[in-house]
Design a protein. Structure first.
Length: 264
């Protein structure tokens, strides 16, 4: 599994002369196959285009305030009207979010994706369904029959071992109820992992939770994961010199691993 992989387009310089396409570095005609004749003709007949850089002003579409964020941030938060936006495709898309609020001041909020996923072939509508399917060591409770089931994944890059550990821990934990549709003005870790890659982790998360791996392998090829809804949840962590501790669940996050994730 790749966490936060990057796809790049590499442009090779060429020029056209005497009806042929030449490598601009080697000064030799490109050795194109017959099937590439149409491509060569397209390059020869293509009009000259002036490349230009396009900018998207980071101003909140809701109130017009500045949207602070690092260069690798995929989601930006407006400190003025407390909204969240995805600045992609030359436009802003509003992002649903909630905060598991902590009243303490020495708190850093880490973002996690909460995904409502339809899994064909397995009944996974409620948290009670997860307990049954994964055979989790939890006593049955009537309230879990009414508790929606969500996959969870970090919305930031981590090494694969820690990433999957957090996916498993939060997915196996009942979703929080005391959430607010607001966020603290400061100390929010950058969102650097897109929702599409969080969805890709759902299969591996489910596999890691299943106690009967053999039975799961028999049906895994027929499973289909469809994203029905998603939101960003800001989880509270108390910070120390070497680690961050989830103030509600007690789970720990190594500070060095969190910082190194920015370079993945």
């Amino acid at each position: 599994m790749f966490i936060g992989e990057t796809a790049s387009v590499i442009y090779s310089p060429v020029y056209c002369s005497n009806g042929r396409v030449y490598d601009a570095i080697l000064k030799k005609p490109l050795d194109l196959q017959k099937r590439d004749a149409e491509v060569e003709q397209t390059l020869i007949s293509a009009p000259d285009e002036k490349w230009h850089v396009e900018f998207l002003p980071l101003l909140c579409p809701n109130c017009g305030a500045d949207l602070p964020g690092e260069k690798d941030a995929l989601i930006v938060f407006c400190d003025n009207c407390h909204s969240a936006w995805n600045p992609s495709n030359k436009n802003f898309t509003k992002v649903k979010f909630s905060t598991w609020q902590e009243k303490r001041d020495d708190i850093t909020y880490l973002p996690f994706w909460q995904l409502k996923v339809k899994v064909s072939g397995i009944q996974l509508e409620t948290y009670a369904d997860l307990i049954k399917v994964a055979n989790l060591p939890k006593a049955p409770a009537g309230v879990w029959e009414q508790t929606p089931f969500y996959f969870c994944a970090p919305a930031f890059k981590l090494n694969s071992v820690l990433f999957l550990r957090w996916c498993r821990q939060l997915t196996a934990t009942p979703p929080p109820k005391d959430l607010i549709d607001d966020f603290p003005a400061k100390k929010i870790h950058q969102v650097t992992l897109p929702i599409t890659e969080a969805l890709e982790s759902s299969l591996i998360t489910l596999s890691s939770l299943m106690s009967n791996k053999t039975k799961f392998l028999e049906v895994v090829s027929s499973l289909k994961f469809t994203l029905e809804d998603s939101s960003l949840i800001l989880h509270p962590f108390a910070t120390s010199a070497k680690e961050l501790v989830h103030t509600k669940l007690g789970f720990t996050m190594n500070s060095a691993a969190l910082n190194l994730g920015a370079y993945l």
